[in-house]
Design a protein around this ligand. Sequence first.
Ligand code: PHE
Length: 457
Amino acid sequence: MAAARAHWGSKFGFVMAAAGSAVGLGNLWKFPYITWENNGGAFVLVYLAAVVVLGMPIMMAEILVGRRAQLSSVPAFEKLGNKGWSTVGWLGVVAGAVILSYYMVIAGWSIKSFIQCMGWSISGYEAPTKDAFGQFLANGPLQIGLTAIFTVATAVIVFRGIGGGIEAATKIMMPILVLIMLYLVATSLTMDGRDQALAMIFNPDFSKLPASGVLMAVGQAFFSLSLGLGAMVAYGSYISKKESIFGSALWVVILDTSFALLACIAMFTIIYSVPGLDERISGSTVGMLFITLPDLFYTQMPGGIILAPLFFILVAFAALSSTISLGEVVTSLMIDKRGWSRHKATIVCASIIFVGSILAGLSLGAVGPLSNFEIFEGKAGVLSTLDHLAANWLLPLGGLGTTIFVGWYLGKKDTLEELGLTRGTIPFHVWLWCLRIVAPVAIIALLVAVIAGWDFS
Ligand code: PHE
């Protein structure tokens, strides 16, 4: 089996596919709205620290495990470790299913925005009313319908196997996404709200950062970089032995982080520039991406009537390249462990996840009990609960398992050989000690602090 393992065509191919997995709703939708909720500056700084200290070393560790074992997550931990270690992989699979359940719902919103923008492009833009987004969220049948479209699209691709498909698609999509993003940012920077937005993002004021924001920043680093659930283990298993793991991971991290920051710059500038928009946002921070950008496209931007629908197609594709990687994590496990055919595995997994998506989709106002129950403080409803559970608990725990496995369990000989580094060199020591001490201590400290209700605000 190992002999027949496919490889990415080039390092560029891997970087685009892995960045395709990493860049998604986490960057365009989630990072801007949680940065807004956590008052910018200090939150962004903690996030960047988490990316450097936890994200980069763990990304390298996951790729290393996949490439060393030439297998996807659960069997990889089992092969390099033992049955016990495969728990780390299983945890990731659960996280993948949880994330997919609600990710599909939000991805569905991009289809609605696309259709709406097509309408505006044809018959003229009409600023939506203040509660239009709330009404959309509470429309249960529409939420389920949109989610169903996205679930089927993902399942069709996973069903066929991704092979050359994902690499070829992401190689085209990602550069276009970069260009559109840069154009968006450049245009937004000519607007009045620019200075206020940049100050909000880059002037840290730690008195404004809630303690829970620190955990959120760490969780977001895992979520955004697609870490902690084995997605990078699977993708790493397809990297050619000739490529440098450090160089490949660095590109993915840089691209992902840039996208997150650029999305904030564009969106906050628009919010501060368009009168009344911040009021509309405060009602539903979750809808920021879908509320702010159409305003910019139609009222400020040359060529906006073409760019608006195009942009939401790209959001949909960014989301799709992430759902495929999540779908692969869940499906490939059933294939590897249960011996199911890819077709059976895809249909069963997609059906189970769709049930979760229905619950998440109905928890945005359509069904009271699903929308109002609260397990985590301030996170009411199924969708928010699943998001919080996965990003702030399951992924950090999966990441913790990976750091301990690679940092302490795997021999230095294995890791050195795979990384192509020499024993005793500074880069190796920095990486190893981040993985052995800094990352686990930081993750454990945070989890303990939050369980204990610690609050430094
Ligand atoms: N990183 C993706 C995003 O930012 C989400 C994701 C998480 C994808 C985990 C795969 C694995 O949208």
